[in-house]
Design a protein. Sequence first.
Length: 394
Amino acid sequence: MAGEVITVYAGQQPPAFWDACIFIGEPTPGPSASGSPWQSEVIALLRERWAGDGRLVVLLAEPSSGARDDDDGELIDWYGHAVDVADVAMFWWPEGADPRLMSTNLAAWNDSQRVVHGTPSHLRQSRYLLKYASRHAMSTATTLAGMVTAALDKIGSGARRAAGEREVPLPVWKTDSFQRWYAAQTSAGNTLLGARLVWTFSAGQNKRFLLYWALHVRVYVRGEDRVKTNEVVISRPDISALALYQRGATIDDTAIVLVREFRSPASTPDGLVHELPGGSGTAEADALDQAVREAEEETGLAIDARRIRAHGSRQLAATVSAHHAHLFAAEITGAELARLRATQSAPHGAADGTEQTWTEITTFGQIRENRLVDWATLGMIAEVVLDRTTTPPA
């Protein structure tokens, strides 16, 4: 279908589906219910520049002409919902904008994935806004045309969403982790009735990489004929883990290579996590290649991918997070194990300083006895050491 732009005013019901959704905020009181001049110009620019083949819905933070204004509660609910579902929110700060309102709004809308703030460059307030936005990696513009360009760049071609899917903003919708979770739900016959974005955490250069997301979802569970509304789905990119080991006389004598590092969520006696070498990369990263790279980065040992066997992928904590771990394993030689022992006191990790790891050599028995790893890691190690389908390396 040809691209179309539909405007929806505060209090009105949005259409049943869309490919992109933009919320246009009103930081200062508008002069009329029919739209302030800058909003009208933005809508005209969106109609002119929307290049997608689908439907762009524009949510306006003000009632249409002739709308009832005696139910503030409904308008508040509408506004909150519009903010939650928008793929991008745009705020223009014209001359005379209240600095106190600006400060509050900037603090509330510093989502680098979903917000564009704009203000004329000649205004005194623009210096404050642009500096604040730069510190928080927010998109900004000094013209209405620039603001529209920034918003459409974030959206790209969009993605078709209908019914409850509309409540999943585009940055989350496009992640591999969400799509796999959603595919699993639909395959089971369940229906996403709605969602509310609770929070996101972005990382990388200019915070352009969406690392974590959390959605409060409403799901119709077909097998139980009920609606589940009291849980949040959290996810992040999958990880790839490589278990390096050497078999011993018994399973408990099997030597296991771990890495030790500080991770903020750790609630261990030493405040550190003890885990298999591994990590995550970009969506395009091959799981096996990622495992090989992470193992070399965190232990200093390079393993030929031809020596590695795959154990598949599973969720790590199914009641909390939707992401998976892709498990691989390689049995190492005595010489390789000795090299790793010799470097246990030397730190490894990412070149950018975001992680620092130390190699640990232990056994499966010691891991169990000393409660050295979490349950998920213990399960992955058990999967590897109990697999008797391979022979030791030459």
